[in-house]
Write a protein that binds this ligand. Structure first.
Ligand code: HEM
Length: 211
């Protein structure tokens, strides 16, 4: 079995916990205000500054460099979304939550280990290119956002998404990994899911408190 398939199979139960999150369920059901949605966009902003910062630092790396795609960087898209949701003063309005600070610290901590970087990159970007597209369509129905601000985070200028994901999986399969390293990456991916799910859990508590 190629590593992409192994990784997916080994972490799919973690995906189910992430997908099952109460905040995402409320969001998809249209039960949250624009500001409550904006809180997730704000947390994405801090997480992707870290992730894309790690990518920039690894651009020439012989192994991790295969997973550096400048066309995926999210900072500018997130700034457009935050400006649309909170207005031009968005940066005074947002701060990283405790779980986001933990996620960011972990991304920074493992950024000098190609497998660790790949684990976090895979968990976020392959998700944004998969379920994220469904999330975007729901958000557009609920809040009426068009491309240009609001849901730009989910728009990628990479042509065919399925083709890009196939290429991404091909690169995962091409990694030269022994069994111990495969297991380490799987463990880090499970942790990445957990840390991302904790960010959502915190957003859910915030949204319930505000309701
Ligand atoms: C409403 C919430 C979500 C839905 C409906 C959803 C749905 C999906 C679906 C249908 C796929 C498979 C697509 C394909 O085979 O090409 C997928 C893949 C994926 N999702 Fe999600 N997802 C959600 C949330 C999340 C979250 C919160 C994360 C991460 C924090 C995530 C990470 C991933 C990853 C990494 C993959 C790629 C798995 C692989 O093929 O190796 N998803 N998602």
């Amino acid at each position: 079995m190629g590593f992409s398939e192994v990784l997916r199979a080994a972490t799919w139960s973690d995906h189910e916990s992430a997908e099952d999150d109460g905040y995402l369920k409320s969001l998809m059901a249209g039960r949250l205000s624009r500001e409550a949605y904006g809180e997730m966009v704000a947390q994405h902003y801090f997480a992707y500054l870290a992730l894309d910062g790690a990518s920039k630092a690894l651009a020439g790396h012989p192994v991790a460099g295969a997973f550096v795609f400048p066309e995926l960087y999210r900072e500018q898209a997130l700034i457009r979304d935050l400006t649309t949701i909170f207005g031009p003063g968005w940066s005074d309005r947002i701060q990283p939550s405790k779980p986001t600070r933990t996620l960011v610290a972990r991304i920074d901590q493992v950024a000098d280990w190609p497998g660790g970087y790949i684990a976090h990159h895979y968990t976020r970007y392959l998700g944004d290119l998969s379920g994220g597209q469904f999330i975007r369509m729901e958000l557009q129905k609920i809040y009426g956002y068009e491309r240009g601000g609001g849901v730009d985070f989910y728009y990628f200028d990479i042509g065919s998404l399925p083709r890009f994901k196939d290429e991404y999986r091909r690169r995962l399969d091409a990694l030269d990994l022994d069994e111990a390293e495969r297991q380490r990456i799987i463990r880090e991916t499970k942790l990445a899911y957990q840390l991302n799910t904790e960010v959502l859990g915190d957003l859910g508590r915030l949204a319930r408190a505000a309701a």
